[in-house]
Design a protein around this ligand. Structure first.
Ligand code: ZN
Length: 540
């Protein structure tokens, strides 16, 4: 699995410098000075099989590296060099493309790791039950589906998998459908289903990824309902049970998505036409649900759903949204089995201006963006993750803003990965009066460096940045590392006045300890909220 973030932020502002490059056994480590995120392009070519991984906006200097991995690995050569003025290229040549597909690349803190040998998982058990083929392995399985014609076949390859023994090479006759299982190459197990309904099969993977089920189409199955549900329970796939309209008023609409088990989800807001796309991960739905009618509402013209991909059980729900001036909030209940989606109509800016409130900032909207999240940890020093600091501080900022009567929203309110583009989408949909992104800094080359850096991109952002920067320095007191202009993704692409705050250096032991302290976070949050309010009051 590739766990990196493309088109990322702080590093985008300046060139990433590469320090040591080292291959130990089959682990390549590239040390760099980026803030956790890197920009990259990853491609795999055959003849000869090679992985080309470009690190963008990066400098290696005049050096170049060539490594010869151990003879027993699938790799033949690894090279790292400056490809052009701004690109550092990593090339790994291997004996097969499948060996390259298995390479794990992770960017953790200021280390970029390439794990070239990920051991093959071993298939422990293969069985055909009521037409369903079940595969159990001793590690995570990576299925890849291919549909072939003449005759119609479904091919399911398990990448990086090996049969435990020759005896697992099998051919089944499943009521006229021929199913074969074999070792296709050194690390691919291939399952071929040939027959008229073969392509209607569904491929499911368990949540621990150690089981793959290739299910016969529902109508061909002889099994009873009880065996079906026990199957579903074993692989931990949730079933969608209902999508309901809970309530709808002029100001807000709430829908609920009910599933049989706790589930994860991802969302994305898309424009022209306006829609909210929700992917329910490891969630299937019974055929009977396809006819379910989901009512429209004051803010939603229609709700649709279907399978997002054929390979994995991901159910996609699309809400067609009326107008742009809306914001969505998500809330999980019933132990994660129910997801509530609250769609809020945002107040019309013009009508607001006519209200003479107590405070001029009341009625304003602010987006607070907690940097990083989920597998994107940001910087990690002394056992502290940047993603946790940013979330804690962001939550405290929101609390302070609410007290001041400023409507504020977060781009994430828990430990989950939200892509930069999604953060921008969320913000732009809300038309806020200000966008403030919270980060913490790191500079390995100078662990003594401490203090506040405030970044802006547009002139509007500069004004907000000036007020915030001064307020935080006045209130909290830390070295002034200046207000700076930079094209970080979130402040460049958000339409409102936007700033990115680097609230201190995690590479300084002192400052990192402070940042992790609740009272210091409170002081920071108070200062940030105060700065936002005085900016808003100055504007109106
Ligand atoms: Zn950061």
């Amino acid at each position: 699995m590739l766990v990196l973030v493309a088109l990322q932020s702080p590093a985008a502002a300046r060139v990433l410098n590469i320090g040591t490059v080292d291959l130990k056994d089959t682990l390549l480590t590239i040390k760099h000075d980026a803030f956790g995120d890197i920009q990259f392009k990853r491609r795999i070519f055959d003849s000869p099989p090679r992985l080309v991984f470009d690190i963008l906006e990066a400098k290696l200097g005049n050096r170049s590296y060539k490594f010869h991995p151990p003879k027993n690995s699938d790799l033949s050569e690894v090279r790292v060099s400056q490809f052009d003025a701004n690109t550092v290229r990593v090339v790994a040549e291997a004996k097969s493309v499948s060996a390259l597909e298995k390479i794990k690349i992770e960017n953790i803190g200021q280390n970029l790791f390439f794990r070239f040998t990920v051991p093959d998982v071993i298939i422990q058990n293969l069985s055909l039950e009521q037409g369903d083929l079940r595969v159990i392995a001793d590690g995570p399985l990576v299925p890849r589906n291919i549909l072939l014609d003449n005759p119609e076949r479904l091919v399911v390859d398990l990448i990086g998998a090996r049969l435990a023994s020759e005896a697992q090479t099998k051919k089944f006759d499943n009521a006229g459908e021929i199913i074969s299982v074999s070792q296709f190459d050194k690390s691919i197990v291939r399952m071929v289903f040939a027959g008229k309904d073969a392509q209607k099969r569904e491929v499911r993977i368990s949540s621990n990824e150690r089981q793959v089920l290739v299910l016969a189409p529902e109508d061909n199955r002889e099994s009873t309902n009880s065996t079906n549900s026990s199957t579903a329970a074993k692989v931990q796939i949730a079933k969608l049970q209902a999508i309901k309209l809970v309530s709808s008023t002029k100001d807000e609409t709430i829908y609920s998505i009910d599933c049989s088990h706790k589930f994860e989800y991802k969302f994305l807001k898309l424009h022209d036409p306006e829609r909210l796309v929700l992917d329910l991960l490891s969630v299937n739905y019974p055929e009977t649900l396809s006819n379910m009618t989901i009512p429209d509402s004051n803010h939603i013209t229609s709700v649709r759903f279907g399978l997002a991909t054929t390979g994995r059980p991901i159910t996609r729900v699309v809400f067609d949204i009326k107008g742009r001036n809306l914001i969505e909030e998500f809330k999980e209940t019933a132990e994660g089995k129910v997801l509530l989606i609250r769609i809020l109509g945002l107040p019309d800016k013009k009508s607001e201006a006519t209200i003479d409130g107590v405070s001029k900032s009341a009625g304003s909207i602010v987006i607070v963006d907690a940097g990083h999240g989920g597998y994107d940890h940001g910087a990690i020093y002394g056992g502290i993750n940047e993603k946790d600091l940013t979330l804690d501080i962001a939550k405290k900022v929101i609390d302070n803003l609410e007290v001041a009567g400023v409507r504020s929203y977060m781009t994430r309110s828990d430990d989950r990965f939200v892509a930069l583009a999604e953060r921008v989408e969320i913000s732009n949909a809300a038309h806020p009066d200000a966008f403030v992104s919270i980060h913490c800094n790191a500079l390995v080359t100078n662990p003594k460096m401490e203090g506040l850096q405030t970044y802006y991109f547009s002139n509007d952002g500069r004004e907000l940045g000036e007020v915030l920067h001064k307020e935080i320095l006045d209130e909290v007191g830390m070295p002034d590392q200046r207000l700076r202009k930079a094209g970080f993704w979130v402040i460049k692409h958000t339409k409102s006045p936007s700033v990115l705050l680097e609230l201190g250096f995690m590479t300084s032991d002192d400052e990192r300890r402070k940042l992790a302290r609740d009272s210091y976070q409170n002081d920071l949050a108070k200062a940030i909220a105060k700065g936002i309010v005085s900016y808003l009051e100055g504007k109106s």
